[in-house]
Each structure stands twice: as C-alpha cells, then as structure tokens.
Design a protein around this ligand. Structure first.
Ligand SMILES: Cc1cc2nc3c(=O)[nH]c(=O)nc-3n(C[C@H](O)[C@H](O)[C@H](O)COP(=O)(O)OP(=O)(O)OC[C@H]3O[C@@H](n4cnc5c(N)ncnc54)[C@H](O)[C@@H]3O)c2cc1C
Length: 402
C-alpha cells in the first residue's frame, strides 16, 4: 500500500490538523462510546440501537469512516495518518464500529481484488454502514494455524457459479453480517498448498445458517456457521482462483497491525485506571501508590507500553510504504497481545476485588488480552515464523519456510 499524502510530518509526530482530529476522536470515545459500553457489550436490539445512535453522532461530528476512501463516502485519511488515531479509537472495542472504520479490511480487500460488479454492489453500502461483513477461515476440524487443511469447498457449477459446502467457526460478527468472505477449496485436496480461494457469500443466501453462538470467556459475538450448498455467482471469487493465501496474507498483515494499535489503546486505558486507583485509594499506611510492589506494576506496565508502541508503528510505516512487513507485524502482534494481557492483569491486581467486579471495564479488557494471544494467529505462529526468517540470514542451511 503506498501512501503519498502528508497529513503528518513524520511517523509518531502528527501534524496540527491530525492532532486536532485525534483529540476529537479521543473525546468521542471517552464521552460517547465508553459510557455506552455496558449496553453495547450486552448485545441484542438495545445494543444495535445504541450503535446506530453513536454512528449518527459520528457522522454529525465528521468523524465517520475516517480511513475509508473519500470517493466512496469515507474520510480519505491515508493509513499512516489513520494509524496515529487508531489507538485512541480502539481504546473501546466498539470504537471502530461506532466511527465507521470497522470495514477498512474488507473495503481494502474488495477494492483491490474484487471484480467491478462486486465493487459497485457492495463498496458504497459498506462504507456507509448499511451492510456489514465477517471473515471465515477457521474450521473446527482443522487447525486454524494450518489453512492448507481447509475442507470447505467452493465447486464450480456448469454456469460458472460456485457451490459452497462446509462449516466454519469463531466467525466474529456472523449473526449480524450481510456478507461473509469464506476461505474454501476450489481445487486439490485438504493438505495441499494449492487450490485455496476466497469467496464472498451473501449471508441471506439459501443454505447459509448460523449453527450456534460460541461465547468467549462469557462474551458474545463469535459464531459457528454452516454453508450447505450455498450458490454464489462466479464473480464473487475474490482475487485469482487458487490465490487465497496471497490476498489473505495482505489482509492479515493490515488486520494484525490495526488490532495491535487498538490493543495499545486498551492497554493505555487499563494503565490509566491502575494509576488512578493507586494514587487515590489509601490504607492506614497511605495511598497504594506508596507501596513498592504497586510501583513495580506501574513501572513494568509503562515499560511494556513504551516499548511496544514504537514496534507497532514500525509495522505501520512498512505497511503504509507497501514494503515487506512480515517480521515487524509478527513482532508487533505478539508484543501488543502480551502487553494487553500484562497491563490488564496488573490493573486488576491493583484494584483488588473491584477489578474483577462489574464496576470497571477491566474484566472485558482482560478478556481481550487473553484472546489476543490466540486470534489473528496464536503467538507461537508469529514467534516461530519471525525466528525462522531471522535465522535464515545467519545459517548456511535452509530453514523450513514459514
Ligand atoms: C475471539 C476470537 C475471534 C476470532 N475471530 C475469527 C474470525 O472472525 N474468523 C476466523 O476465521 N477465525 C477467527 N478466530 C479463530 C482464530 O483465528 C484461531 O483460533 C487461530 O487462528 C488459531 O487456530 P485454532 O484455534 O484452530 O488453533 P490451532 O491451530 O489448533 O492451534 C492451537 C495451539 O497450538 C499451538 N500451535 C499452533 N501452531 C503452532 C506453531 N506453528 N508453533 C507452535 N505452536 C503452535 C498454539 O499454542 C496454538 O494456540 C477467532 C478466535 C477467537 C478466540
């Protein structure tokens, strides 16, 4: 992805215009979104209505769809500029949906790899927030870390359409999505590296069904889905036939970087809560902040925050420049996931029982930290592929590709 506009001076130093926008995003998240989190977290019709209200406010405040293309109704902010505010926007898990930037991955993927009819049909309503998408790679019966074992099939019919059959699980947001991008076999057999394609499936198609919801540590939003002979037009193939892994790789690199930025925002929020609690709660020996073991939590959390942020922005800079960012994205993803888990754990510890109860967002933030180490590829996957790539530059022997 090349990025020519100069909305910021250098990475990490937003221009005055961008700093003002970032301040407005921060204000919106803290005054509008965070107070509605309990309703939004609970799901159902009340959550849907609260989200619609927030989206209307975001449009009114000219904060809608900031990183999406201007010609489709978005804010047109280049990725490197948007990355300067994605941390603030992602301080709440609901921030990207409320501000209309959640479809960034799908809009980017479809704009680059879909045919003209698909682009014309779906891009504008996606940016406007009238339709929603989800993404289904992982299957219950095959390790998600090994896409070559994908069993779901998208067979070619005589008229060129595709008939899709299979099951996926942990498909985030499937119950409210209008479209799902499915990783499916258009050739070869499970275990082969070839024959994997991405197919866009309208969830209203006959044969599509939500099998069940899969609560994650008690939270809603993940689903098992079934595609039982769902037929879609041939032009709903995204990218080349057999070219899924190249498109998915591009999507995952951007997605992992975006998530890392959001995890930074959530870790910063937990850190702020921890420090406020330490500074204001007192026992007979004075405030918690005077205990050295509490200071240790604060130091370690600050160190983790300050060392992770530049790593994430290194990945941002390479992606914005369209360069190979595999190592930097792997480092950023693992560092940001560990950061969120570590800082939320410390913040809970410093809060005592209150940190586990219903009066702070810490349980939800902690849940996010725990799941971060598995979703978007478990940490081990990134650790081994970054290490192998690094070692290749040193050893005389070729190392297994990864
Ligand atoms: C909250 C949440 C949301 C999700 N959303 C989506 C979604 O929207 N769409 C989607 O398709 N999927 C989604 N997933 C699934 C997620 O991408 C997979 O869970 C993840 O890729 C791991 O796949 P798996 O669960 O099959 O684990 P497996 O592949 O079975 O791996 C299990 C464990 O084995 C170990 N392991 C695996 N590979 C290696 C390795 N190379 N080296 C060392 N150890 C290894 C790790 O400890 C790993 O955690 C979501 C998951 C969660 C928890």
């Amino acid at each position: 992805m090349t990025d020519s506009r100069t909305t910021h001076d250098t990475v990490g130093q937003p221009s005055a215009e961008l700093a003002e926008l970032k301040g407005r995003v921060e204000h919106f998240i803290h005054t509008r979104v965070i107070p509605r989190e309990p309703v939004l977290d609970a799901g159902g019709p009340a959550a849907a209505s609260a989200l619609r209200e927030l989206q209307a406010l975001a449009r009114a405040e000219r904060l809608w769809a900031l990183p999406l293309p201007a010609e489709l109704g978005g804010g047109g902010l280049p990725f490197s500029a948007y990355a300067q505010l994605a941390e603030a926007e992602g301080a709440s898990d609901h921030g990207p949906a409320a501000l209309g930037s959640a479809p960034l991955l799908d809009v980017t993927m479809l704009a680059r790899h879909a045919g003209s009819r698909v682009r014309e049909t779906y891009l504008e309503p996606l940016v406007a927030g009238r339709i929603r998408t989800c993404y289904a790679m992982t299957e219950a019966d095959a390790p998600g870390t090994d896409p070559f074992l994908t069993r779901t099939r998208a067979d070619r019919e005589t008229d060129g359409s595709r008939r899709i059959t299979g099951r996926k699980w942990f498909t985030s947001g499937a119950a409210t999505a209008d479209l799902v991008t499915v990783l499916a076999r258009t050739g070869a057999a499970p275990g082969d590296r070839e024959g994997l394609s991405l197919v866009l499936v309208p969830t209203g198609s006959p044969g599509f069904r939500i099998v069940r919801e899969l609560p994650v540590l008690g939270a809603a939003g993940q689903y098992e889905i079934e595609l039982d002979g769902v037929v879609v037009p041939g032009d709903h193939l995204i990218g080349e036939e057999g070219g899924a892994l190249a498109v998915a790789g591009e999507r995952l690199a951007l997605g992992r970087t975006l998530r890392s930025l959001r995890w930074l925002g959530q870790a910063q929020r937990a850190f702020d809560l921890m420090c406020e609690r330490a500074a204001t709660r007192s026992g007979s020996r004075g405030p918690l902040a005077d205990h050295q073991l509490v200071q240790q939590h604060v130091f370690d959390a600050l160190l983790a925050l300050r060392s992770t942020r530049p790593l994430v922005h290194e990945a941002v800079a390479l992606i914005a420049a369209g360069q190979d960012a595999r190592t930097e994205v792997g480092l950023a993803k693992v560092a940001a996931a560990r950061l969120l888990q570590q800082v939320t754990d410390s913040a809970i510890q410093v809060h005592g029982a209150a940190g586990l109860g219903p009066d702070t967002p810490l349980p939800a933030l902690f849940r996010g930290g725990r799941t971060a180490r598995i979703l978007d590829g478990p940490d081990e996957l990134h650790i081994t592929s970054v290490a192998r790539r690094t070692l290749r530059a040193y050893g005389p022997r070729p190392v297994t590709p990864g």
